[in-house]
Design a protein around this ligand. Structure first.
Ligand code: PFF
Length: 456
């Protein structure tokens, strides 16, 4: 038997780790959810609420995940059992379930980005809004969607087969800078659109009244979890491959704020387009957000840009290439949670674990390719509610069960006792009650999505 600990891979540089972690956080969530939830939820006021969640709950919990990963150097499933006792194994298994579940539908959406990038550059996306809906139905569901889902999963599997250094780290080092360049280029291009000013105003105008609405508060919290890759041990898994004793609170802040920055700049691209082309009515601004987020990116924006001729085709192509980069660097982290758990838990080889579970996830994604209501329900249940459940229990573990050990590990890089105290207070006293409240608030929406799924 090989001694897994002897051959365990690791990141080769701090930059590699940070870029991979930012790659996990920055994903489809930044592009298809953030700007919409923000506009619907009170513009600048929402952005501030979101930042508050990120600062008060997101960064402390992310730091907690990093601490657990680095101090144990094993997969979350084993880490939790080792630190908390056997009673914590179910939480580790929940993480693996979330990885399998989220990647299954995430890959379907990511598959669309491949198709749209290719067809965008070719100018093959219809520029008439009505035809664009038919085009989406033709390429975004059923067998064509299964096809692009297969391609995306095959690429994800290939990268994860390469391991931490040669697969995940190398991919992040190449793709993340390209993603930043594309994003900034697109946002600058959007400044040139006439009438875009109204878009910025809509996006950023503070509407304080909305902030008291519980659904808005839940969507800000849920968005923070999904976007920061929190609550399912993704960053815990990444940190288990860290050797150096960096300041993990600072790493968490860097990852979280970069993720926010990308989401924010993506909004600066999306909103001027919506107002320049007067798409507000088409996408139903003012209606419940969830149903039209996919519609905006894939149905309204591409034909509008396509109507600008060659330049428009280039912008559409570049936009979907950027989305694809964002998606694949997140997808590899979702698969890595599962693969690391299987390697560390069952002593399988990386090749076997990646292939077997990669294929299983590919199969699990097929229902989402055939039924968008299934996709929406899976996203709400796993990508939102279960991540918050995972986050709640992570906070309880770190804040109560293993606090002294966790504090010692944190002290390895974070030398200020005051800052450590603040971290502990947020993890112990702020995160659990807020998360319980938010979870209670999110039940009605979950029920609505379930009813839509089963047709009542
Ligand atoms: N953070 C990713 C996004 O915003 O698209 C999604 C995600 C990746 C969620 C990894 C959870 C995770 F563990």
């Amino acid at each position: 038997m090989t001694h897994v600990a002897d051959v365990r891979d690791s990141w080769s540089t701090r930059t590699g780790f940070i870029l991979a972690a930012i790659g996990s956080a920055v994903g489809l969530g930044n592009m298809w959810r953030f700007s919409y939830v923000a506009a619907e939820g009170g513009g600048a006021a929402f952005v501030l609420l979101y930042l508050l969640f990120v600062a008060v709950i997101g960064i402390p919990l992310m730091a907690s995940e990093l601490v657990v990963g680095r101090m144990t150097q094993v997969s979350p499933v084993r880490a939790l059992a080792k630190l908390g006792g056997r009673a914590w194994t179910p939480l580790g298994l929940l993480f693996v379930f979330c990885g399998l579940g989220i990647l299954s539908y995430y890959s379907v959406i990511a598959g669309w980005t491949i198709r749209y990038a290719v067809d965008g550059f070719r100018g093959a996306i219809p520029s008439d809004a009505g035809d664009a809906g038919a085009y989406f139905n033709a390429v975004g569901t059923k067998l064509p969607a299964v096809g692009t889902h297969l391609i995306f999963m095959a690429l994800t599997i290939l990268i994860v087969l390469g391991g931490i250094k040669k697969g995940l780290e190398r991919t992040a080092i190449i793709l993340m800078p390209l993603l930043f360049l594309l994003l900034v280029g697109l946002a600058i291009w959007a400044v040139t659109l006439d009438g875009g000013g109204a878009g910025y105003a809509y996006y950023l105008k503070p509407q304080l009244g909305e902030l008291l609405d519980p659904t808005i508060i839940t969507s800000a919290a849920g968005q923070a979890f999904f976007s920061l890759s929190l609550g399912m041990g993704a960053l815990m898994t990444y940190a288990s491959y860290l050797r150096s004793k960096e300041n993990l609170a600072r790493e968490a802040a860097t990852i979280a704020l970069t993720d926010f920055g990308v989401a924010f700049v993506a909004g600066l691209f999306v909103f001027p387009i919506i107002f320049h082309f007067d798409l507000g009515g088409v996408i139903g601004l003012g209606d419940p957000i969830a149903d039209n987020t996919v519609g905006t990116l894939f149905i309204s924006i591409p034909p509008a840009l396509g109507s600008l001729g060659t330049m428009g085709d280039l912008v559409v192509g570049a936009f979907f290439v950027m989305l694809f980069f964002a998606a694949i660097t997140s997808a590899i982290s979702l698969l890595e949670v599962v693969v690391t758990a299987v390697i560390d838990g069952w002593h399988w080889s990386r090749n076997k674990a990646t292939l077997v579970f990669g294929i299983l996830i590919t199969l699990l994604g097929i229902p989402s390719a055939f039924n968008l209501n299934f996709l929406a329900f899976a996203d709400k249940l796993i990508g939102n509610v279960l991540l918050m459940v995972g986050g709640l229990f992570t906070a309880i573990l770190v804040g109560y069960r293993i606090r002294p050990q966790a504090e010692d590990e944190m002290a390895q890089g974070l030398t200020s006792p005051g800052a450590r105290r603040a971290w502990v207070v947020l993890v112990r006293y702020v995160a659990p009650p807020v998360l319980i409240l938010v979870l209670v608030f999110s039940i009605p929406d979950l029920i609505t999505k379930f009813k839509t799924l089963i047709g009542i």
